[in-house]
Design a protein around this ligand. Structure first.
Ligand code: SF4
Length: 63
């Protein structure tokens, strides 16, 4: 699984970092940094939650 960001949609809400801090890092200003774009299986539930919780739908998962 690969995490894909649409940087045009990201508004820095940091819901993703809250759900999966090992994968997402949100700076004070600007868009999220994806620390691991192919997260290991133990992190996938948290990453799915992050994708679900993103208020602007800036994140998606690809096979
Ligand atoms: S929750 Fe969505 S909008 Fe907020 S920082 Fe993460 S990707 Fe960006």
């Amino acid at each position: 699984m690969r995490v894909v960001l649409d940087p045009d949609l990201c508004q820095g809400h940091a819901e993703c970092e809250f759900a999966a801090p090992e994968v997402f890092s949100v700076p004070r200003r600007g868009v999220v940094e994806i620390l691991r774009d192919t997260p290991p299986p133990p992190l996938l539930d948290a990453v799915r939650e992050a994708v679900r919780n993103c208020p602007t739908r800036a994140l998606r998962l690809e096979d």
